[in-house]
Design a protein around this ligand. Structure first.
Ligand SMILES: Nc1nc2c(ncn2[C@@H]2O[C@H](COP(=O)(O)OP(=O)(O)OP(=O)(O)O)[C@@H](O)[C@H]2O)c(=O)[nH]1
Ligand SMILES: [Mg+2]
Length: 466
């Protein structure tokens, strides 16, 4: 069995990796890309290791090879599993079953990579595909079974899940299924402790806002089309992504390349407080598991980087309020609108010693007040850098627990339309659900209704589906 054999290759340990107790798993194309590019970027920036080990898994041989080459990933850190070798093409139940059927080879490989002693796992995946979307809930079930039920040892499992671009209705449906599955599994202690949502559509929107000129130049170059104005880019998404011609695949690829750096920034911001570094103080002491202890199970991050706070320039409360307003409204990774009404908040305020000060906590708390539900808990964390040579940037990471997410309405509507399109008395029509998702219409309708319930404040009464 797995578990008893010692790691074949010892995990590299220097004083910077001691505190890194998390094992990263990238599943499917998106998940593998995110982990791969994260590792590569950390290497390039010479950041201390935030992860104790990692594994990229896919049911698609070509994609796995590509990711290995692109990011310089050793073969032993990748695994091809499942029967098809060409992915599951969005059929998420196949993604789910493939993981269950490959349990032994997956755990063998994890054991070889030294996953035994870790206290947590971070799984990266898109929510709209098949391999990662279906495989993630299965993988978590197996991990929880293995550690919590068989060994009686608590572990935390975080999922960083990527929501689809606009207009990808089939992916909207998959995403709803996956999140509802993760939440339901949690009731049996077999789900994710935290599901962190990053949305491709919002990340794209942010990029378009912040780096307008650069983005237009980049897209024109990549796609060899003339982009008249910024609004035309956003409308390119729904009209093109649903059909899968080569040009559309290129558009999607270009969008993905645009948003991935943003995704990496937030991952780095989340992982960094839990890792020891020479010139850094963190208080209160924070390890990664704290996020799940203090937050609701679905989280949307917001990250405001390189903030121009000037403590000597007077009115610090006002500067801090402006900072919080901007972070919530303009820097969230899924659009939370103006009134997220979050049920819990975790913030990580980092920067030079004279800026990232606990004394500012009171003002931060006051400023957050209008964005949270009455009684919502706020958990602070301060990260101070005291390296006299470097001039660290001031950053604010907000983790909003169970916020309102207006864009989920859009996702629900896209998914509902698709379900309606394939509904009807004829069994031929209903066959679509089994054929393209591997499951029944009922399971999908239940998932949509879960969503409506959880995020019910957006819905008008009587919209439930039968
Ligand atoms: N942000 C981001 N999104 C990606 C990336 N790669 C794919 N996506 C998105 O992920 C979704 C498709 O999921 P994939 O990850 O390709 O699917 P998969 O898990 O490999 O599953 P199958 O291909 O169906 O077997 C689409 O919404 C893509 O836009 C990436 O590197 N970054
Ligand atoms: Mg794939």
């Amino acid at each position: 069995m797995f578990g008893s054999s010692p790691p074949k290759k010892p995990v590299e340990i220097d004083d910077t990796t001691k505190a890194a107790e998390v094992f990263a798993i990238g599943i499917g194309e998106c998940g593998s890309n995110i982990v791969g590019s994260y590792l590569q970027t950390s290497r390039d920036k010479k950041l201390p290791s935030r992860v104790r080990g990692y594994l990229l898994i896919n049911t698609d041989r070509a994609d796995l090879t590509k990711v290995r080459q692109k990011y310089g990933i050793p073969k032993e850190n990748t695994l091809l599993y499942g029967a098809s070798e060409i992915g599951v093409g969005g059929r998420f139940m196949d993604g789910y079953n493939s993981i269950m059927e490959s349990k032994d080879i997956i755990f063998d490989q994890l054991a070889n990579l030294g996953f035994e002693g870790v206290s947590g796992f971070c799984i990266f995946t898109s929510l709209g595909g098949g391999t990662g979307c279906g495989g993630t809930p299965a993988l978590i079930e197996l991990l929880k079974q293995r550690f919590q039920e068989e060994e009686g040892r608590r572990i935390f499992v975080y999922v960083v899940g990527i929501l689809p671009f606009e207009g990808q209705s089939s992916e909207a449906l998959n995403s709803i299924w996956a999140v509802s599955k993760l939440l339901r599994a949690q009731l049996q202690e077999r789900g994710a402790d935290l599901t962190i949502l990053l949305s491709n559509r919002t990340m794209l929107k942010r990029i378009l806002q912040w780096r307008k000129g650069d983005t237009v130049d980049y897209l024109q170059r990549e796609l060899e089309v003339d982009i008249a104005d910024i609004d035309s880019i956003e409308t390119m998404v729904p009209s093109t992504l649903e059909e899968s011609s080569a040009a559309d695949a290129r558009t999607e690829q270009a969008f993905v390349e645009l948003v991935n750096p943003l995704a990496l920034d937030v991952i780095e911001a989340m992982l960094s407080p839990g890792v020891w570094e020479k010139s850094k103080d963190v208080f209160p002491t924070t390890d990664l598991a704290d996020y799940s202890r203090k937050l609701d199970p679905v989280v949307v991050p917001a990250l405001y980087t390189d903030i121009g706070l000037i403590p000597d320039a007077g009115s610090m409360p006002k500067q801090l309020r402006t900072m919080i307003d901007y972070a919530v409204r303009e820097c969230s990774y899924a659009d939370v609108g103006d009134e997220p009404n979050a049920e819990s908040v975790y913030y990580v305020f980092s920067g030079p010693r004279h800026v990232a000060k606990a004394e500012f906590g009171m003002h931060l708390k006051e400023s957050l007040d209008k964005f949270i539900a009455p009684g919502a808990a706020i958990t602070p964390c301060y990260v101070q850098y005291h390296d006299s040579e470097s001039d660290p940037r001031t950053n604010l990471l907000l983790l909003l627990g169970l916020p309102k997410i207006p864009e989920l309405v859009q996702i629900i509507n896209e998914a509902t339309q698709l379900v309606n399109l394939h509904s009807g008395a004829s069994p031929l029509k209903q066959g679509w659900f089994m054929r393209s998702k591997g499951t029944t219409r009922k399971e999908l309708v239940d998932a949509i209704n879960d969503f409506r319930e959880l995020f019910s404040y957006y819905m008008t009464p009587g919209e439930d589906m039968e």
